[in-house]
Design a protein around this ligand. Sequence first.
Ligand SMILES: [Zn+2]
Length: 390
Amino acid sequence: VTLQDIINLIKEDDVKDLTKKLVNIPSTYSDGEYEICQFLYEELNSLGFSSKIIEVQNNRPNLVSEFSGGSEDFTFMFNGHLDVVPPGNLDLWEHDPYDCFEMDSKLYGRGTTDMKGGLAAMIIAMKALISSNNEFNGTIIFTGVMDEERTGLGAKTIVDSGIQADACVVGEPSNGKVCRAQKGTMWFDINTKGISKHASQITLDDSENAIYKMSKIIPALHELNNTLFQKKHDLVGHSTINIGKIYGGVQENIVPDHCKISIDLRLLPDDNPNQIIDDVVDHLKRSGIDSDDFEINIKHVRESAIIPETELIVSKTCEAIEFVKGTKSQISGMHATTDMSFFTNIAKIPTVILGPGKIEDAHTVNESIDILELYDMTKIYTALLHSLFK
Ligand SMILES: [Zn+2]
């Protein structure tokens, strides 16, 4: 049986129908991932996988499934997240986000692109390979993880459990490209303090007003984007800083004693988060802001990641794309942050991001995926598995 024979057995309807079923199971952080875990558990076990549903938080499990054959000890991991972001204002959706709808060669619904389409493509590809008569030599691990959209806790739990593989593909939407790098994300707060008093009693130097103090920091941070935009990475572009939230004060006639801004800063591969914070402090100092006037509190870091172009998984994914599409593949980097960093940085598993759809379509109202892209990626995954396990 040749690879082309196996690919010819994959029907567009198979991957479309599975995507629809997965989209129709809501799995935001408030719904939890239990129901979709259970669905995939049954789906994969019917292919001969042995699966475990591992509760990470209440009603919020990971799925770890494994299939082995032959005598080779080569292990490959497919990873995808089970959660989706909430649909937001339902009035803005043209159709029910959880009743996957087909129109103009696209599937519409929450998670079609990010990333239930990717999960469906992985499963149909594994099914195609396993049910072909080719002798299967090695181990495939499928990890479906919870809470990627907020913290990455699911993937972190998986790598903390000691999981190992020789290569991994994270199936996030990569616009047809092989991403061997991704940006990281750091969230931190800047706090300023003042002295609460009657609004009629202010002094002219404003040293008691926490909001006035903050109002000097904000334009300085805005200006920092100019510096960040100049430092460009070949694969992922430049870093950014965004003030996403501001809090402060009690009411009109009280001098505010506290103000806080919450900031998102995107890290480039090889950026050290602590060094970046030192750079922010230096920049504020150079802008004439006294370091005693503010306090920085790092809340959350999801690291950036990069693997060498010479890794096997890079050449194998590129070859699979070229086999299916007949065109040259492109190696790039992901501007968003995914679970890739847990696999590369902690578990040291060479990992790329490759999945159907475009990141621009993720998290949108009327989220959709192009059916042809979904179908092509299913074939690409099949070609990849075939070349890894032949
Ligand atoms: Zn995603």
